[in-house]
Design a protein around this ligand. Structure first.
Ligand SMILES: [Zn+2]
Length: 441
C-alpha cells in the first residue's frame, strides 16, 4: 500500500508552494516529499550555508518575501504576490517606488504567446526586480498614470536554515554492494507554482522509490540514490560538497515534466552510446517516444551530473515541449496520473536492467561440461536459449556485460541474466562491475 491515494494528490499538495532556490516553502516541499517516500529510503535533508563556494559558483541566499504588489496611484491593485508567487520575478530585489508607466515598463513581464497567462520569470544572478502579469492586463494599464511598486524581500545569509537539498538511498537486497556503485535519480523542486516542471518528476521519482522497496533489486546490484533540490545550482552545491560520492556513481536519470499528455522523450548521455543509452533504447523500443541529443532543451541537471569533472552518464526523461511551460497554465489541470505512472515505469525498467547488469568473467577452461554442472538447457523447454548457449559462453571473457551479450545473441535481458547467474552461483564466472566513467577532478 502506498502512503498516498495517487501521485497527483502529492503533486496538488506541493504545487501551490512558493518553492524557489531557498525558501521556507521550499523546505516545506522537501519535508512533504520525505513524508511520502518509503521509510527504508533513509531520506535526509541537508543544508548548506549561503555564500559558501560551490566549485565556480556560490551557495545562493535564502529568499524571503514579506509582501509584494503593484498598484495604480490611488490604490487599485494590479497584481499581488499573495494571490500567486509567479507575480514577482523570482529573487527580485526589494523596491518601494512611485513610477511612471515608462519607468515601470522595463520591469513588467508577460507572455505574447499566452496573453491570458502569468509567465514565470527568474533573475537569480543578474539581480533586478520585476512583476509578471497577463498580457491582457498589461495592455489595459493606463499609460499616463503613476504606479507604486512594492517588493519587501530579503536575501538571508544565516548559515541556518540555509540552502537545502535532500537525498534518499535504496539499497539492493542484502545491503549495499560498494564495488558495484550507485545510480542517481534526480528531480527538481524549485519552480514556484509549477506542476509539470517539476513536481511531476518528483512524484514519479517517489513512485519509483516505492517500487524498488516492494520488489528490491537482487543482491549485488547498484544502490539507487534519489536527489531532490533546486535545479542546476542544487546539484552543483550538493556534488561539490560530496565529491567522495562521484566515483561511485555509475549512471543517472533526470526526471522532469512527466505528467502532461505527450509522448515520453529521452535525451542521450553525453557519452551518447554508453551502456545507459543502449539500455534506455531497449526499454523504450516498444513504446512510442522521442529521442534527443544530450543536453537538448530543456537541458538541466544532467549537464551537472554528466558535466566537466563529474562525467557520470546521465539521461533525461521528460514530456517536453508543452505550451503551458513556465506559465501559470502549468498547473494540475494538465497533469494525468497515467502519464506520471508511465514515466515511473520507464525509469523503473531502466534502473532494473542497468543496476543489475554486470560483466561476467569466466573462471573455467575448455568447453564447459554443461550437463555435468546442471547447466544444459533442454531445447524442448527453451529452444532459443538452447541455440544460444555456445555464443553465450564465448562471451564470458570479461569484455561484455550481460545486457550486451543478450543484445548480441538476440535474447531478452532477464532470460540471459537468469542463466548467467546460474554460472556465477556455481563459481564458473565472477561478476565484474560496470566501470565508472566518473572524473576525479
Ligand atoms: Zn523550468
Amino acid at each position: 500500500m502506498r502512503p498516498y491515494p495517487s501521485l497527483k494528490s502529492i503533486l496538488v499538495e506541493l504545487f501551490p508552494l512558493h518553492r524557489t532556490l531557498a525558501s521556507d516553502d521550499h523546505d516545506r516541499a522537501l519535508e512533504i516529499i520525505g513524508a511520502y517516500l518509503p521509510a527504508e529510503a533513509h531520506y535526509t535533508i541537508e543544508s548548506y550555508p549561503p555564500l559558501a563556494p560551490a566549485w565556480t559558483w556560490r551557495v545562493p541566499e535564502r529568499y524571503v518575501v514579506h509582501e509584494a504588489y503593484l498598484e495604480m496611484e490611488g490604490g487599485e491593485r494590479i497584481v499581488d504576490f499573495r494571490d500567486n508567487p509567479l507575480h514577482i520575478v523570482s529573487y527580485s530585489l526589494p523596491v518601494d517606488a512611485a513610477l511612471s508607466f515608462e519607468e515601470l515598463r522595463p520591469h513588467l513581464y508577460f507572455s505574447e504567446k499566452r496573453p491570458w497567462a502569468v509567465p514565470w520569470m527568474f533573475k537569480y544572478y543578474e539581480r533586478d526586480w520585476g512583476f509578471c502579469l497577463p498580457k491582457e492586463v498589461f495592455d489595459r494599464l493606463p499609460r499616463h498614470r503613476t504606479y507604486r511598486a512594492v517588493i519587501r524581500s530579503e536575501f538571508r545569509t544565516d548559515p541556518q536554515p540555509g540552502f537545502t537539498a535532500a537525498t534518499a538511498v535504496i539499497h539492493p537486497e542484502g545491503g549495499p554492494a560498494p564495488e558495484t556503485g550507485e545510480m542517481l535519480v534526480l528531480a527538481h523542486t524549485c519552480h514556484p507554482r509549477q506542476a509539470n516542471d517539476d513536481v511531476a518528476g518528483v512524484v514519479s521519482a517517489i513512485e519509483l522509490a516505492h517500487r524498488l522497496i516492494e520488489k528490491p533489486l537482487p543482491p549485488g546490484s547498484m544502490s539507487v540514490r534519489f536527489w531532490f533540490g533546486p535545479e542546476t545550482i542544487g546539484t552543483i552545491v550538493w556534488l561539490s560538497h560530496h565529491e567522495d560520492l562521484i566515483p561511485h556513481l555509475r549512471g543517472g536519470i533526470f526526471l522532469e515534466m512527466t505528467g502532461n499528455k505527450n509522448l515520453i522523450a529521452w535525451h542521450h548521455t553525453k557519452q551518447h552510446n554508453h551502456l545507459l543509452d543502449r539500455v534506455t533504447h531497449a526499454v523504450l523500443r516498444n513504446l512510442p517516444h522521442e529521442e534527443r541529443e544530450f543536453a537538448a532543451a530543456p537541458a538541466n541537471d544532467e549537464r551537472v551530473v554528466n558535466g566537466p569533472g563529474v562525467n557520470v552518464p546521465c539521461i533525461s526523461l521528460n514530456r517536453w515541449p508543452y505550451e503551458e511551460y513556465h506559465t501559470d497554465d502549468d498547473n494540475p489541470d494538465i497533469i494525468y496520473e497515467d502519464m506520471l505512472v508511465e514515466a515511473a515505469e520507464v525509469a523503473e525498467q531502466i534502473v532494473r536492467i542497468y543496476a543489475t547488469n554486470y560483466i561476467p568473467k569466466r573462471t573455467f577452461r575448455g568447453p564447459l561440461f554443461l550437463s555435468g554442472h546442471g547447466l544444459w538447457v533442454d531445447w524442448r523447454e527453451n529452444w532459443a536459449l538452447n541455440r544460444a548457449i555456445e555464443k553465450l559462453m564465448m562471451r564470458f571473457e570479461g569484455q561484455h556485460t550481460v545486457f550486451d551479450i543478450a543484445e548480441q545473441v538476440g535474447l531478452d535481458y532477464w532470460t540471459v541474466r537468469d542463466y548467467v547467474e546460474k554460472f556465477r552461483i556455481k563459481g564458473l564466472i565472477t561478476r565484474l562491475p560496470i566501470p565508472s566513467e566518473a572524473q576525479s577532478g
